[in-house]
Design a protein around this ligand. Structure first.
Ligand SMILES: Cc1cc2nc3c(=O)[nH]c(=O)nc-3n(C[C@H](O)[C@H](O)[C@H](O)COP(=O)(O)O)c2cc1C
Length: 188
């Protein structure tokens, strides 16, 4: 598959099958993803990995403890929270990605952008090996319970959780805005 095809054909996967994901493969793909970014040397970032049923349950518990105690969360029926928790726990692997931040806002933004590129590379490399992913940044999952549970520090920024697993069927792609529509030739 050419690189252009890989980029075009990769899909976000929201329904995974139960085939286990090898932690070594995830690490290998992340290592390659970093190497693809020449400017990645010195980029502060790290991942917290949950790949066993116990760790996935703990992660879900941390995340949901804040949700269920929040004003909005109290309006969500317990049954719905249970369904959400089960779906989360059934996904073979979760990679929580954190980017380092510092006193210089511009440097922090650059670093965050670099980590985002690493993640896009990671998704593409995974796709090439049959692994599907969803980059999750939903407001509901970004809460104190999760941040404390994974030990996120004050000088770190949450970039997302990549849910990772094998899939049976890739969804159809969404319609894309042609690049020309985002293009302005500067006339001065
Ligand atoms: C930075 C970033 C954050 C995202 N956050 C979410 C999210 O919170 N929930 C979600 O369902 N998809 C999320 N996605 C996935 C996009 O919605 C997805 O790329 C879009 O549906 C297009 O589908 P495709 O990846 O199959 O082309 C995110 C993607 C990116 C790049």
């Amino acid at each position: 598959m050419s690189l252009a095809e890989l980029i075009r054909e990769r899909r976000s996967i929201r329904k995974f099958n139960s085939t286990p994901v090898a932690e070594e493969l995830v690490v290998e793909l992340l290592q390659t993803a970093v190497q693809l970014l020449p400017s990645s040397a010195g980029v502060p970032w790290r991942c917290v990995y949950a790949g066993t049923p116990e760790s996935r349950k703990r992660l879900a518990d941390y995340m949901l403890q804040t949700v269920s105690h929040s004003r909005l969360g109290k309006l969500i029926p317990d049954k719905m929270l249970e369904v959400f928790k089960k779906r989360f726990m059934d996904i073979p692997a979760h990679v929580v990605v954190l980017a380092g931040t510092g006193p210089d806002p511009l440097a922090s933004e650059r670093n965050y952008a670099a980590v985002c590129s690493i993640l896009q590379n990671f998704q593409l490399l995974g796709w090439e090996r049959g692994l599907g992913m969803l980059w999750d940044t939903e407001a509901m999952i970004q809460n104190e319970g999760l941040f404390q549970g994974i030990g996120m520090r004050a000088d770190e920024r949450f970039v997302g959780i990549l849910h990772v697993g094998y899939y049976n069927k890739a969804p159809r792609g969404r319609k894309r805005t042609p690049a020309e529509k985002k293009w302005t030739v500067f006339q001065g």
